[in-house]
Design a protein around this ligand. Structure first.
Ligand code: MG
Length: 392
């Protein structure tokens, strides 16, 4: 097996939405493709990767460091012993050569983007969906046939109001989701309570609302919110304060009657380990949302899962951020707790197979090899265009 090219492209995923911290009006995404000389069913085998919403494209780091290092090393440096497939662990070592520890910044996003493509490629060359390959490697072949997913939305749209919010949320319930999530912290506490109560009024038994402050609050405001939120039975209260303020988090977690969820803005095993050590979270209650596509990929995520096991946490406590197929496969293959979903947002990267159906809050996985980019028609068009523009 030969790797013929590694290419990247930058695409807009802008939306007219805001959370408590940022607008998504200028949001972009990097996509990568690892092109091989292998052919399966008449098609050239190509590994595809991208990163989650919320961080901008990584073209600079990809081209000046990560893809450059892979090219300079040559594919033999990141192949398995037989030379028949890529070894994502070796690729990770090549990409991270001469990178100092700590200060993870955004190189973790660039590495995560390429790591996704390496795993997609490895699974395609084995002829298996990634979740089956992971289950064989890490879970004695046991995989989950379906995965719990929840619908994240409820952003602050310009001029949308409570009526627009409840219509959006009812739409998610009608699609088959049991858990829906809205943003808080971008309005006053009393306005947020009105939004919460309007959405809770839509719920049947077995359905729950989660709320997400996107790291907006200082300690005083977080404690004010937690007291107000304690009057509701929520699925969870997400990212009350700055992602790296573990003391704040520990105080909020101690005061909260609802589960706490966080971790989407921690981009390394070391940062996530500090969350476990110092964040005051409860292993039997709280949710960890580290997103492998933003934080050095699956190679690093496996290290994080190792920390969890050593610390008495279940993999089921993990519900990764991002709403992408890569995390969906990790969830089914490694026995995580579930996955985020953003119905209709961050097109065409976000979301799952075009024909996927949500039933009682769960989604079944596609059986095709890889992570399922080919099962998303518009996303596949984008990759085909990128390949053509690069001469493939
Ligand atoms: Mg969030």
């Amino acid at each position: 097996m030969k790797i013929l090219d590694i290419i990247d492209g930058v695409f807009p995923i802008s939306s007219a939405i805001k959370n408590a911290y940022i607008s998504f009006a200028e949001m972009t995404c990097s996509a990568v493709a690892v092109v091989t000389d292998q052919v399966r069913d008449g098609e050239r085998v190509v590994g595809f990767g991208f990163h989650s919403n919320g961080r901008y494209d990584q073209q600079g780091i990809l081209r000046s460091r990560m893809i450059k290092r892979l090219n300079q090393a040559g594919a033999e440096e990141f192949m398995n012993a037989e030379g028949t497939n890529v070894d994502p662990f070796k690729a990770w070592q090549v990409m991270m050569a001469n990178e100092k520890p700590g200060g993870h910044g955004e190189r973790s996003v660039a590495v995560g983007t390429l790591d996704m493509a390496m795993w997609d490629l490895a699974a395609k060359l084995e002829g298996k969906p990634l979740y089956k390959m992971l289950a064989e490697q890490y879970r004695d072949g046991i995989s989950d046939d379906s995965v719990y997913v929840y619908a994240a939305g409820g952003y602050y749209y310009p001029d949308k109001g409570i009526k627009g919010l409840t219509e959006e949320m009812q739409g998610y319930l009608d699609l088959g989701y049991d858990t829906i999530k809205i943003k808080i912290g971008g309005a006053s506490l009393s306005e947020d309570c009105q939004r919460i109560e309007a959405v809770i009024a839509l719920l049947d038994s077995g359905q729950k609302l989660a709320v997400d402050a996107n790291g907006r609050f200082d300690l005083a405001m977080a404690l004010e919110y937690v007291q107000a939120l304690n009057q509701y039975e929520l699925k969870w209260f997400e990212e009350p304060g700055d992602p790296l303020d573990f003391k704040l988090l520990a105080e909020v977690a101690a005061a909260s009657l609802n589960p706490i969820a966080t971790g989407e803005n921690l981009f390394s095993m070391q940062d996530a380990r500090n969350l476990i050590r110092y964040g005051g979270l409860q292993a039997d209650r709280d949710i960890l949302q580290v997103d492998p596509a933003l934080s050095y990929g699956l190679v690093e995520y496996l290290r994080f899962l190792g920390i969890l096991t050593d610390s008495g946490w279940s993999h089921r406590s993990c519900i990764p951020h991002g709403g992408h197929q890569f995390a969906l496969h990790l969830t089914a293959g490694l026995g995580l707790g579930g996955n985020e979903s953003y119905p209709g947002l961050f097109f065409p990267f976000g979301g799952f197979a075009d024909d996927a159906v949500i039933k009682e809050g769960r989604i079944a996985l596609a059986k095709e090899p890889g992570i399922g980019i080919e099962q998303k028609k518009e996303l596949m068009k984008l990759y085909r265009r990128m390949l053509t523009e690069n001469g493939w």
